[in-house]
Design a protein around this ligand. Structure first.
Ligand code: UFG
Length: 349
C-alpha cells in the first residue's frame, strides 16, 4: 500500500458501480476514508466483499456503505452530519444510452435531480469540492482529433448525453456564483478492463449495450457472436474507433485529480483516455488472443447515434495531474477476461 496523498474523507456516490468500485479500491489503498452512498439499483452488494478482499482488513475498516438514493436528502444530511467529508466523487447515475432515449423523464430527473440534491446538501454542510463523472460524449461528432479539453462541446444525441452535458454546465455555474466551489469534470473515454485480481469488473444487467462486456460474454459462451455495428465507417478497417482506457487507470485518474484539487477553487476539465484509437475488429482480435480462441462476429448496420471515431489528447492530465494511462489494449482484454472467466455470471453466484 502506498499513501501518496493526504488522507481525506471522501463521499463516493455510485461507489458500487463499475468505475466507482475500482476508484474506491484505489482511494482506500491510498489511505483515505471512504463513504459510499449507493442504492444498488444497478449494482450488487457483493462488490463490497470484493473491495474488502482486495484492500485487506485494515483498509476495509475505513470504508462505510450507506444504502440510499442520492436524491434522498435526509440520507445525505445524515452522512454529512456524521462524517467530515472533504470532497465528493459523483458517479451515481443512469448510463444506458439507448434506454435514455426510451425513458427521458427518468434520465433527466434521476441524473440531474440527484446532482442538484447532492450539491445543495454539500453547500449546506460547507463541502464544496466535487469531482464529476463526465464523458467524451459531450464532444459529439468531432471535427478534429485528438480531442482536447478545449474542443467544442457539441449537441448530445440522446438524453443520457444531455445529462452529462448539462451537469457540467450546472457545476460550472456553481463556481461562477460562489468562487469557493472546487469542481473537476473528468471526461472519460471508453472504460474497460477489470481489477487485475479478477475479483471486480463490469457486470451489466441484461444484454450489454457496450462492446467489451458483450465481447466478454461471447468469449465465455453466454452469447453466440459479437454484433459489429457498421464496417463502412471512414476508418482503416471500416469499424468504429474509440479510446479504450483501463478502469484501473481511470481510478488512478480520480485519485490524482483529488490530490490536485485539494486547496484549490474553480472549475477544471480533464480528458481521461490513453490517446490511442482502437477499432471494433481490433478489440475482437485482442480479446481472442486474451481468451485463447477466435470469437465469432457478424457485421450489422450502423447503430444510430454512434460517431465514427474519437480519441483523447491527454496532455493536460499528464502535465497538471501528473497522471498518464499505463495499460494497453492487451492488458485491458487480459484483465477483462480474467474477471469474466472467473465470474461468468458477474457478481451473481
Ligand atoms: N459496438 C459494436 N457492437 C456492440 C457494441 C458496440 O460494434 O455490441 C461498437 C460501437 O458501434 C462503437 C464501439 O463498439 O463503435 C464502442 O461502443 P460502446 O457502446 O462500447 O461505447 P460508446 O463509444 O458508444 O459509448 C461510450 C459509453 C458512453 C459514452 C461514450 C462517450 O458507453 O457512456 O462512450 O464517447 F457516452
Amino acid at each position: 500500500m502506498s499513501i501518496d496523498a493526504t488522507p481525506s474523507c471522501i463521499l463516493v456516490t455510485g461507489g458500487t458501480g463499475f468505475i466507482g468500485s475500482h476508484t474506491v479500491v484505489v482511494l482506500l489503498e491510498q489511505g483515505h476514508e471512504v463513504v459510499i452512498v449507493d442504492d444498488l439499483s444497478n449494482s450488487s452488494e457483493k462488490v463490497l466483499d470484493r473491495i474488502d478482499q482486495i484492500v485487506g482488513e485494515e483498509a476495509a475498516e475505513r470504508l462505510t456503505f450507506v444504502r440510499a438514493d442520492v436524491a434522498d436528502r435526509e440520507a445525505l444530511d445524515a452522512i454529512f452530519d456524521e462524517f467530515d467529508i472533504d470532497a465528493v466523487i459523483h458517479f451515481a447515475g443512469y448510463k444506458a444510452v439507448g434506454e435514455s432515449v426510451q425513458k427521458p423523464i427518468e434520465y433527466y430527473s434521476n441524473n440531474i435531480g440527484n446532482t442538484l440534491v447532492l450539491v445543495d446538501a454539500m453547500r449546506d454542510h460547507g463541502c464544496k469540492s466535487i469531482i464529476f463523472s463526465s464523458s467524451a460524449t459531450v464532444y459529439g461528432d468531432p471535427d478534429e482529433l485528438p480531442l482536447t479539453e478545449s474542443s467544442p462541446k457539441k449537441p448530445a444525441t440522446n438524453p443520457y448525453g444531455w445529462t452529462k452535458w448539462m451537469i457540467e454546465e450546472i457545476l460550472g455555474s456553481l463556481v461562477v456564483a460562489d468562487p469557493e466551489w472546487n469542481v473537476v469534470l473528468l471526461r472519460y473515454f471508453n472504460p474497460i478492463g477489470a481489477h487485475p485480481s479478477g475479483l471486480m469488473g463490469e457486470d451489466p444487467k441484461g444484454i450489454p449495450n457496450n462492446l467489451l462486456p458483450y465481447v466478454a460474454q461471447v468469449a465465455v459462451g453466454r452469447r453466440d457472436a459479437v454484433h459489429v455495428f457498421g464496417n463502412d465507417y471512414d476508418t482503416p478497417d471500416g469499424t468504429g474507433v474509440r479510446d479504450y482506457i483501463h478502469v484501473m487507470d481511470l481510478a488512478e485518474g480520480h485519485a490524482a485529480a483529488l490530490s490536485w484539487m485539494m486547496g484549490r477553487n474553480g472549475c477544471e476539465v480533464f480528458n481521461l483516455g490513453t490517446g490511442n484509437g482502437t477499432s471494433v475488429l481490433q478489440i475482437i482480435e485482442a480479446f481472442s488472443t486474451a481468451c485463447g480462441h477466435d470469437l465469432p462476429y457478424v457485421i450489422e448496420p450502423r447503430r444510430a447515434g454512434d460517431v465514427t471515431a474519437n480519441w483523447a489528447d491527454c496532455t493536460k492530465a499528464r502535465e497538471q495531474l501528473g497522471w498518464k494511462a499505463k495499460f494497453n489494449i492487451a492488458d485491458m482484454c487480459r484483465d477483462s477476461w480474467n474477471w469474466q472467466s472467473h465470474n461468468p455470471n458477474g457478481y451473481e453466484a
